[in-house]
Design a protein around this ligand. Sequence first.
Ligand SMILES: [Zn+2]
Length: 699
Amino acid sequence: MSQPKRYTITTALPYTNGPIHIGHLAGVYVPADIYARYLRLTGHDVAFIGGSDEHGVPITIKAKNEGVSPQDIVDKYHAIIKKSFEDFGITYDNYSRTSAPIHHKTASDFFKTLYDKGEFIEETTEQLYDEQANQFLADRFVIGTCPKCGNEESYGDQCENCGTSHNATDLINPKSTLTGNTPTLKQTKHWFLPLDKHEDFLKEWILEGHKKDWKPNVYGQVKSWIDDGLRPRAVTRDLDWGIPVPVKGGEGKVLYVWFDAPIGYISSTIEWAEREGKDWEPYWKDKNTKLVHFIGKDNIVFHCIIFPAMLKAEGSYILPDNVPANEFLNLEGNKLSTSKNWAVWLPEYLEEFPGQQDVLRYALNANAPETKDNDFTWKDFQARNNNELVAIFGNFINRVVVLTNKYYNGVVPEPAAFSQIDEETLAAVRAYPDVIESSIERYRFREAGQELMNLARLGNKYLADEEPWKKIKEDEVRTKTIMYVALQIASALATLSEPFLPFTSEKLKKILRFTQNDNKDSQCHAELVEASQWNDISTKEVLLPAGHQIGKAELLFSKIEDETIQKQLDKLEASKKANEAANKTVEPQKDTITFEDFTKLDIRVGTILEAEKMPKTKKLLKLKVDTGIDVRTIVSGIAESFTAEEVIGKRVTVLVNLAPRALRGVESQGMILMTETPEGKLIFVNPDDTTASNGLKIS
Ligand SMILES: [Zn+2]
């Protein structure tokens, strides 16, 4: 596409059964927001579209487990997710939800159009059925062995191990996730999208048409699916949560979540256009519109095969120009996992790093899994902040603003003639919009972010070489020129940083006293200068004119200390331990005993009266215990979990008729009953009612 007239940018609809974490932000939302902000700064017509995906089986499972309705689940997480996007400066033009009436209507109409055109196969087939739960099993209601990779825990619609998308009946050894039963087969009618019919078109459009411009990871996955041969896919389900199938015979059935979710991009665009008094259709139907889907690699099949086949079958829509899917982000070497709580959740991050959204955006972008799975580590996060944002970007801006205030009371000085170094530096600054743009246009956002930092490096080097703090004493005229040049670099940074560090860009514009959204109408700063647009950096002679008054210095970033990072690492370590404990297998039951065997044990309630550590031992405490029968000595191996002082007065359960034995020269007359957690922590087993007096029998 030569020069698109407008852009429609979509981001994967987050699934509303939990909050979002750094993996989502790095893979989809930060790159999409960089792209949208950059396009707006370069004067393009952009519709940046998102929304929550609120249908499908996992939501109904979560609702069932928590004893609430699916609507309760989606209402809760839609609000949390939407707020996270706002908090992190993701500048959607519209953020909708698939439970909205506009979406139900749009998806329903879309289905009917395809139905009327005869684009579906209507078929009664045998589907997996759980007799006990009285329910058909599809998608996540069933797990079994993936026919492609052998993963024994593949879901009914997709294998998370190899990414293959399949029908539930393809699974080997299927099991119901509702009851654990092996399902039976039962007849039911469904509508299928014959993907095989679209194979030739997909081959020509992607394998021929997008060989050069699509990312190799995306192209490779698509090619492998097409090479394996495409088959009809059911687009309806026997479920009660979702969009009702709007045709005869569809009673009690809903649209498959992966049929309705991508239509959510269209309905969200319609919602936006209606609100803004615009026409939505050009954003989806004009061939001069560039449509780009930002997604993670697990969604490639739906955005590159199924949704395009739906759009093509409908007939009036454009197809995506690109689908720059990212690979996965790992956390400290392990796969991000909601169920194992191995994640950094966005609401939690903001609580612990208030006001530091840009640091996370920057670190995630610098490590984005653009070409392969990548790792987020807290050490790297700290290093990106301390060594780049603080030491390079923040340091440069701070020196420029502080010196301008110190030497000239904050007034941009009048430059004299430029030296060769000045000319070269200003020429280099003018080249940056193109350099960054070229990376962004190829969806290389990491590289683009590093180029932005290179511009700050250029500023730092200029100041270090020219040393205005020395020259001020010997050459005031030259110092003015140096500071003028440095202020031009700072101004360029204020504009070019906006897509990457939007909160910092805003602060910087305020310090330099540029006009911006939130102070446009304000009367308090009489002399604001209009902020430069992206292309102005290359073309305008002067970005910040001599005589302009700037504001006072304000720290843009602050150093993150080792303790702060250690706290995060400790938190992850605690998650790991808790998870290991939860997964630790329970010891198998011992051989059966008779009641007579049991009655041989004489177990009593007792109280510890005295306790002292046994000399030269690590584990042993010597206790005096009132058993109700007598006061006796018991040696107990609990000294690693309890101090002697802690256990005095403790009520305990004692096996009193255990044959006495000598431990380190002390005769122990019985045993205190304890249990041990998987982490090795000892816990007393004692009666929870304090009226149980010493000597009472336990039977
Ligand atoms: Zn698999």
